[in-house]
Write a protein that binds this ligand. Structure first.
Ligand code: UN1
Length: 535
């Protein structure tokens, strides 16, 4: 086993060295960003358990704009993970004794450190993930927001006092930490989704181990460095927030490990289904944030201009790589032509290009595999008799030809086509028409996923129907705003094959705790519940 690892590592290392010589121009061009975040060209240790290390393969991080290697990361192994579990558990024993408002002070320092690093970290997200700079900065902002929220929670997390049926008895609920929260995050939100989980796990008294997507390791190293420094500033053990980068072997080990008391997984429904089963099999807790297949309904009584602007952001933003991206547009037939004409014009004006360039609205797809998924989805549209009404091309010529660029695309389909059942994580928007509101809601609900949904209307009865028992069956139900761009204050997550988990705001914090129901007898007598007389 060990010799195989060493061998793999040497082969990968040799290959990478060769490519490194050819292409580290991205690093040189953005040297100040990398260096200000403590990143190196070749020597980035991808494991943190209080110390920086890594005994796994050396994995390159690519720039999706041109597929150049930007830098290399020495990733972790299941052995590294094992040690990290031990180190986090030790740290958590200290952390859990700290009163929540004091933990809140540490969160405040983390927040301030992220504010200081907002620009370079946002830029690194843009470089490594490929989203445009304002969105890269936006997701660091999302982490800042949830830390502020956690600070507030630190003074407001409350348990109930419940009337006891017995005299001289008090009954109350306590919310104590679970221990260690394992966080497996996806490439598309390499900062924010970790941030939601980390902030809420910490404020409730837990430690965390993070296994990021293998293609966004640099971001995870930079974030961990910032968080560790804040812990150190408060004389807290930095191993409280561990990081183990790596591949499927690390992820699988984390999912199987009893020491991950809560496992928060963001990724595909396919993988999430396995994760859910394994965690359930060991009676662990899980939060699953899986695929979405989100729709916007456009009624004939709405502000079409507002709707068009929202749809553009919802379908093209992040190059269609948010789990909350709008994939289906369900339009009342009388306004379909007008809306689609407006959208076609807007789509034509979208600048596709380097996510760091001013004015660019659509960056590259994250990987070459995503470009293949784009092609496949469009082939399926055609095979089923659908039509491409704008876009539809992989950009494989001109200055963008080395990157993973595609044209944002709209199709015209029927709601019963198979292609609309499938979430392709690319900027393709399937448009379709409806006649009645009931039909539109049925189309919205007639997919396996249930993450986000939105309706554009000015009719109050439509709004209340939409959010009521016969309305949208999703976890996020919006009116006159896009399906994406949720605020951190609400619970984030979805129903059905989206996995049922809720992260971020509202009472999501309770999932990071064990609930104690405590009955305290101060009467001196022993009256039994249900009036039982036992001898
Ligand atoms: C995701 O795509 O996994 O609501 C998260 C949004 C963002 C989070 C998306 N706040 O679009």
């Amino acid at each position: 086993m060990i010799s195989r690892l060493v061998r793999n590592r040497t082969i990968v290392q040799t290959l990478n060295r060769a490519s490194t010589i050819r292409c580290l121009s991205t690093f040189d061009k953005h040297r100040s960003v990398f260096e200000s975040l403590g990143l190196d060209k070749t020597n980035n240790k991808g494991v943190f358990d209080g110390e920086w290390k890594g005994s796994g393969e050396i994995v390159p991080s690519y720039n999706p704009v041109n597929n150049e290697i930007m830098a290399e990361v020495i990733t972790g192994t299941p052995d590294d993970l094992n040690t990290a579990f031990e180190k986090v558990a030790e740290a958590q024993k200290i952390w859990r004794e700290l009163p929540a408002p004091k933990r809140g002070h540490v969160m405040l320092t983390m927040r301030n450190a992220l504010v200081e690093n907002l620009q370079p970290l946002g830029k690194l997200v843009a470089l490594e993930m490929g989203k445009i700079l304002p969105e890269g900065i936006g997701e660091v902002q999302e982490y800042i927001d949830i830390l502020e929220y956690a600070l507030g929670l630190s003074r407001t997390m409350q348990g109930a006092i419940i009337p006891s049926e017995r005299p001289g008895h008090a009954m109350l609920e306590t919310w104590n930490p679970l221990g260690t929260v394992g966080i497996i995050s996806a490439f598309n939100f390499p900062v924010a989704v970790y941030g939601w989980n980390c902030a809420i796990a910490l404020i409730t008294g837990n430690g965390t181990i993070w296994k990021p997507a293998p293609t966004t390791s640099l971001v995870s190293i930079a974030v961990t460095r910032i968080i560790a420094k804040a812990l150190k500033d408060h004389d807290m053990p930095t191993s409280l927030c561990a990081l183990v980068t790596g591949g499927t072997d690390v992820g699988q080990s984390m999912v199987q490990d009893n020491r991950a008391h809560l496992l928060s997984f963001t990724g595909s429904t396919e993988v999430g289904r396995q994760v859910g089963k394994v965690v359930q099999g060991r009676f662990g807790k899980s939060i699953l944030e899986l695929g979405g297949n989100n729709a916007i309904i456009v009624t004939d009584d709405c502000d079409l201009d507002l709707a068009a602007r929202a749809i553009l952001f919802a379908a093209v933003g992040t190059a269609g790589q948010r789990c909350t991206t709008t994939r289906r547009l369900i339009v009342q037939e009388s306004v379909y032509d007008t809306l689609v004409e407006r959208l076609k014009k807007a789509y034509k004006q979208v600048k596709v290009g380097d996510p760091l360039d001013e004015g660019v609205l659509c960056g590259p797809l994250h990987t070459k595999q995503a470009v293949e998924a784009y092609k496949k989805a469009l082939e399926q549209v055609k095979a089923e008799g659908g039509e491409i009404i704008t876009g539809g091309r992989v950009i494989d010529d001109g200055p963008l030809k080395h990157g993973n660029f595609v044209e944002p695309t709209m199709t015209r389909v029927r709601s019963d086509m198979k292609v609309v059942q499938h979430e392709a994580f690319v900027p393709i928007l399937h448009t379709m028409t409806y006649k009645t509101l009931d039909e539109a809601i049925a189309i919205n609900n007639n997919v396996k996923q249930g993450l986000s949904s939105s309706i554009f209307t000015s009719n109050p009865s439509t709004i209340f129907k939409w959010i009521g028992p016969s309305g949208s069956d999703c976890g996020i139900i919006n009116v006159n705003i896009p399906t994406n761009g949720a605020e951190i204050g609400g619970a984030f997550g979805g129903e059905k094959e989206t996995g049922g988990g809720r992260e971020s705001g509202s009472d999501s914090w309770k999932q990071y705790c064990r609930r104690g129901t405590c009955t305290i007898n101060y009467s001196g007598a022993l009256p039994l519940a249900q009036g039982i007389n036992f001898g």
